[in-house]
Design a protein around this ligand. Structure first.
Ligand SMILES: [Zn+2]
Length: 144
């Protein structure tokens, strides 16, 4: 693996200045180390599960003058992780119709009419319906 390159970004006077900046960068704490009583925090993309190719990282290192911030790579959100779950609007709709008295066949039909790409995914619709059997309102919710 290639060694990660770090670029100096800015020097912050206090830790809270640094964390104000960090908040807007869509990162979460990845590693926190203390070396010679100085803290070094590495952050990685907060959506790393969704975008496994995103290599973006930030590092805040305590120094004599404050906190030096380094960055490495940039957010890369072009490739989303493959998932076998149904897309979330569809899952939401299934939850809505579950327990409205519709038969499974009718639910499957309604879902595949609105989402033709799911016609091969009937088993998942069934599983999802069973998991959510108790939480429902009305059929009007689905139509809306
Ligand atoms: Zn990212």
């Amino acid at each position: 693996m290639l060694r990660r390159m770090w670029n100096e970004v800015l020097l912050y006077d206090t830790e809270s200045d640094l964390s104000d900046f960090i908040k807007d960068q869509h990162v979460c704490v990845y590693r926190k180390e203390t070396c010679n009583a100085r803290t070094s925090i590495t952050y990685k993309c907060s959506e790393y599960k969704k975008y496994p190719l995103c290599q973006f990282q930030l590092k805040g290192k305590e120094s004599l003058d404050g906190y030096q911030l380094y960055s490495s790579e940039a957010h890369n959100h072009r490739t989303r992780a493959q998932t076998s779950r149904l897309p979330s609007p569809v899952r939401h709709n299934i939850v809505l119709v579950t327990d409205t008295g519709l038969t499974l066949r009718k639910i499957q039909k309604a879902v595949t009419v609105f989402n033709p790409q799911l016609s091969n995914n009937i088993t998942k619709i069934r599983t999802h319906r069973q998991k959510n059997r108790c939480s429902i309102k009305s059929i009007e919710d689905l139509q809306a």
